[in-house]
Write a protein that binds this ligand. Sequence first.
Ligand code: MSP
Length: 649
Amino acid sequence: MAKKSKPTFYITTPIYYVNDVPHIGHAYTTIIADALARFQKLAGKDVFFLTGTDEHGQKIEKAAAEKGLTPKALADAVVGRALNLWKALNICHDFFIRTTMDFHERGVQKLFQKLLDQGDIYKGEYKGWYCVSDENFLAEDVPCNKEGGKLCPDCGKKAVMVSEETYFFRLSAYQERLLEHYAAHPEFVQPPSRMNEVESFVRGGLKDLSITRTTVKWGVPVPGDPAHTIYVWFDALHNYVTGVGYDWNMPLFEKFWPATIHLVGKDILRFHAVYWPAFLMASGLALPRTVLGHGWWLKDDTKMSKSKGNVLDPHVLLKTFGPDPIRYFLLREIPIGQDGNFSHEGFLHRVNSDLANDLGNLVQRTLAMVRSYFGDGPLVPEPESEKDIRLRDEFEALKARVFALYDNCSLNRALEEIWAYIGSVNKYLAEEEPWILAKDDGRRQRLARVLAQAAAAIRGIGYLVFPVMPESAERIWEFLGEAKKPADVPFADLEFEILGPGRRTLEPRALFPRVALKDFLGGEGPVAQEPETTKEGAQPMDIISYEEFKRMDLRVARILTAERIPGATKLLKLEVDIGTEKRQMVAGVAETYAPEDLVGKRLVVICNLKPAVIRGVESQAMLLAAVTEDNKAIIPFFDRDVPAGAVVK
Ligand code: MSP
């Protein structure tokens, strides 16, 4: 009898533009896809996970020209950085597609030609508002000004109405078929709220789509008509078929197509849920099962983007925390579909509380007790008590729920459930008090049972967090002396397994760093953006971002004591109350103020400046003062009562 083949699961991320290096927002999409791919492998599916880069088009042409590079050289550099980042974040993609790969370009041309031959693509005239400076057609929804003209939303210059020869895709012919597909397959667009948005757009009427440009040179040429370049979305969307073998590895393509999930940000849902299925219908290829639209990560309530200057570089967090805390935070904090506001406070809170305290401590404490009370020898536990059985049963129920939640892409809910169970295990240990049992030789068997039960729970927890935190999961299993890795055990075979004989546990080490907000922000800082340079390469005005400003801990301080520093005419030594503590500081104000004038005064100081030693005296804060032309310092004092420690912002 032929061997039954496994069910397949094919997941994709959008392919990222190469005019910019990936930031936390891009990392989010890729991490979701990675966690889902890892879970589906555990669930027994044959998984293919595709990610890559979108390298053609005007944006890239322009970004490369600004840097004095060819578009391909820019793409190569950015791809190198993207691959490094995905490696550092433990992304396990099966293939990385670049739209400049020759088999992709050939595949796009082949499909273009097919649609042209059958009349789904035709040559016509595109009329639209064009920005000469940006060499770009304006989107149709850019409103007219009072004079009936339009301004380019990017550069603000007047656009002109031009017409150019172009190839159109006959999108209008697919309106009814698309609506029928949505009705027959409600899971096609997820979450369901996004489906309404897509349906109403299609009901509003579809116009034929211009899919080529003569003004753009960097791209795939129209077969037989190279003055025309295939417009990026027709080119880019087809990565999902060429990346899995279309036209160059047909057995692979036939195995995995159609995709199970196209994971996309909500900004590009329309391209994936309207244009892409229409292209596929025209080509006669099957449609993907689901387009899953996730929300955005915002910083200070606006979408992270390079142009807004509010991007977060994942490398800054990676350096201190490694991949798992980032993966955990992004997936735990918001359900797929909703937006989230990234804050360092929120991030550190999750790392310290959920990871270092709840999970990290549990693992370390339990294993330290196993090793200290039983050495390397196996635990031979007494039979289970009711409470022990409850912990095991709770795990069995958890396992089923977590499976269903992961399968349904509810990653944050799955993590919530796992953490509720971590709470139960911590409670079990607090109630059973193994450290007290250890003092009584007559209760050694009970001690063995309690620790065995907790270790079995930890093993299970390690497994369940694997899709989200693969590195930590593996480490937990190593500490437990497991010969296998979580990835080797199918979900269906996961059991609440008691440490058997011959098991050698390892000395457990801290799984997660515990970092104070002040230390983190005072150290690396949250923003690691490259300084913008002007076209000529000169540094622009020294503008700091709001983020940088926010890093300063400015507070009201009350001066407690003031005295001269022997031998220094300009300096006073002050002792100030900053609300939470007393600080000593050295201030260059002795020429303007006598020490006795200052005692009791309230002023603004920076509290998180690196301490400095001045004239042998350590200065642990700095005051703010105006400096006059003759170099005298004038301190702004508060004109009414404010408590010491009040935040100044
Ligand atoms: N190249 C196109 C996609 C073509 S797919 C056939 C593109 N690239 S992109 O680099 O601009 O963005 C790709 C994706 O990155 C977005 O759709 C979204 O998935 C993700 N994100 C970019 N910024 C984001 C946030 N701030 N937050 C969450 N995801 C974000 O569009």
